[in-house]
Design a binder for this molecule. Sequence first.
Ligand SMILES: [Zn+2]
Length: 440
Amino acid sequence: MFESTVKSVLDLWVAEEMGSNLHEFSDAISKNQKELRSQILSFATSKSVFYRTHMGISLEITPEIVQRDWQSVPFTTAEDIKLRGLEMLCCSQDDIKRVVTLETSGTTGTPKRLYFTEHDQKRTIDYFRVGMDTFTNVGDKVLILLPCEREGSIGKLLGNALKLGGKTPILQGVVKDLQETFKVIEELEPDVIVGIPFQVLALVKYGVFMNKGIITVKKMLLSTDFVSQTAVKFIEQYWHCEVFRYYGMTESGFGGGIECRCHEGYHLYESDFYIEIMDPISGNCLPVGETGEVVITTLKREGMPLIRYRTGDQSRMISEPCGCGSVLKRLDVIKTRLNGRIQLYGGDYLTKGEVDDVLLDIKSLVDYKIQFKRNKVQDTLCLQLYYLSDAVDEQFIIERLKGIETIKRALKQNKLSIGVDSIIVKTDYCPHPAKRKIEE
Ligand SMILES: [Zn+2]
């Protein structure tokens, strides 16, 4: 049987979108992207009050400028979206079909609002359709554990995309009860699950705890949050399925990139997004291979284009060609977000991803929270751990954490203390998805 892959599906789609064919594709991408960048910049500055003032009126946008001087185009930030979101619109408010509100954790607590036209929503469906087509087959039953309630919600759009690709979507929604969702999986036997990493991991752990295995799920797509390799391994080990990671955020209209079967970074949707890696301190673009902040430009967004938007995600571009044969650029897996890390005494950063890596394979641990208290002499890292059954002893957890170099160093210098608080939650507990990534 013909097997769908990133090369056979996503490369072809991007080539078609760019009016090219697969033979002269590599050259066409970079040429076409320059034109698209020029067009979106010109569109945004002519239609939106924000971009007109933000870019400076003197900026004459020509393809040459974009080619020569793209780095002088100012960045857009989360703060801009929070404070001037409406001014970023490039259409009348009547043309907006969907508004997604993201709660943020900043001091002001002002939420981010993202606006999408009907055309933008159709693009989102395309991103999902083509992404799902790279690893699923016609006729597959796909269980969706993402927000599904509202019209235009991520789950509904994904459902529509799956139908277009000849698959059967089951719109279940965000997991609220592990027991209930597990039962649904047992009864409906989906071939594929799409969900939020921490929730899916909890479902697998619930199964391990109940001594019940799931063998019918063949593939899984995890999105909406960064995904620890430890979690991926755990899921694959217990459910014997293949896990694919997807790079997409609300800000990008849920498009971005997807892993191929080599699982070494996301292949990018280059017809619709231009991705740069930037040094967060100097603001300069970094060469391929170096790690920095991911900056994204939406090339085809109609309602609210984002130009050089600082995502806060940290990653790097991979220069080596992928084993799958795709020519699409690859972004390495997101290891951390700039706002998902803590600066320890002495300047070292501790990231949530590092903590995930050392804790998430503990079988009965379904969730944890970190509170960091800064004191004059010594900082305190308070961990609240949620277990399905017996708690693991505190020393064991501390030993695991010492596996993280920055923690080991801080402990040695007496600059850090660790407090562990274990809570037995039993099976009626369900981890709540990170608020910033949920659209409802
Ligand atoms: Zn690949």
